[in-house]
Write a protein that binds this ligand. Structure first.
Ligand SMILES: C[S@@+](CC[C@H](N)C(=O)[O-])C[C@H]1O[C@@H](n2cnc3c(N)ncnc32)[C@H](O)[C@@H]1O
Length: 282
């Protein structure tokens, strides 16, 4: 039997163990939401006390409905732009490139801190047109290797809240200035979500701090010139949320009547570049 990989992470990098474990647990359920067979296979190769993540099969949908949502949006983008570049930022151990399995005309970049990127390299196989970059997403240096002549999809799931606002805005502007057209897809916490981070066990246990609150699309549209809103949905309004049992949806809907609660976690989607670029292939 091969030896398991010992993992010792703290702060923001540690949080990806929780989201990864949620996907592994989900994949073992009779009726999974995401059905990530890669997470299920890989989890057993890691030596970690998974109870430390606070994730159980019961609370795993808080992660998997989000991942399924961004898989859907990413697939939609790639249907329209089969020769795109994908920047999957703060990727953690997420297997999105293998789940989506894009065509060979797509260049896909997974970017995360060096300790996470190194773990990825040890756990996932290489594939053509797939790159892992070891860097902070806020470091402009790695942009030098990203093609400039193709539509870009920037996807950041569970990322923006870990960035300082000025770094996050600079990152979004950098993407928009880098490519002729593309989309920004990411989730965000509003001010209440950031202020109540002490109630978030994944964040608290990792010792990470959340910084950037995005209260609605205006925050992004004003800060990042050239962007157009395509969609803004609260996590509980996502189609993927309908996969949860009715009693659970009812309970969450009742608890989230107030808009500020409903949009504590939300999904943002913006286009940039010529208007027809979001409708046609390159
Ligand atoms: C909550 S996890 C989400 C992981 C993955 N996207 C998922 O949904 O399973 C947050 C991830 O963002 C990464 N991250 C946070 N800030 C980062 C930064 N400045 N540069 C690179 N990665 C960052 C962490 O290392 C971690 O892998």
């Amino acid at each position: 039997m091969t030896e398991k990989l010992h993992v010792d992470l703290s702060g923001a990098p540690q949080t990806m163990l929780a989201t990864f474990y949620a996907k592994a647990l989900d994949a073992g359920l009779p009726d999974p939401i995401l059905g990530d067979r890669f997470a299920k296979e890989i989890v057993d190769r890691i030596d970690y006390d998974w109870t430390r993540t606070s994730i159980t099969a019961a609370n795993s949908p808080s992660v998997t409905t989000r991942s399924a949502h961004f898989d859907d949006w990413a697939r939609q983008f790639l249907v329209l732009h089969p020769k795109a570049v994908v920047l999957h930022l703060g990727c953690g151990l997420d297997s999105r490139v293998f789940r989506i399995d894009p065509g060979s005309d797509v260049e896909w970049y997974d970017v995360d801190y060096p300790e996470v990127a190194e773990l990825r390299r040890q756990l996932y196989p290489e594939r053509d047109h797939y790159h892992v970059i070891s860097a902070s997403v806020t470091d402009p240096a790695w942009f030098g290797e990203i093609p400039r002549d193709r539509p870009i999809l920037m996807l950041g799931e569970g990322l923006t809240m870990y960035l300082a606002e000025q770094d996050g805005v600079a990152l979004l502007r950098r993407v928009v200035e880098h490519a002729p057209s593309g989309e920004l897809q990411f989730d965000a916490f509003n001010t209440l979500g950031i202020k109540s981070q002490w109630m978030n066990p994944v964040v608290r246990r990792s010792g990470a701090t959340l910084y950037w609150a995005i209260d609605g699309p205006d925050d992004v549209l004003e800060a990042v010139p050239g962007t157009r809103l395509l969609a803004w949905v609260s996590a509980i309004e996502s189609d993927t949320f309908t996969k949860l049992p009715g009693y659970y949806r009812l309970m969450v809907n009742v608890m989230s009547r107030a808009k500020v609660l409903r949009y504590m976690a939300s999904y943002h989607r913006y286009a940039f570049g010529p208007v027809n670029a979001s409708m046609t292939s390159p």
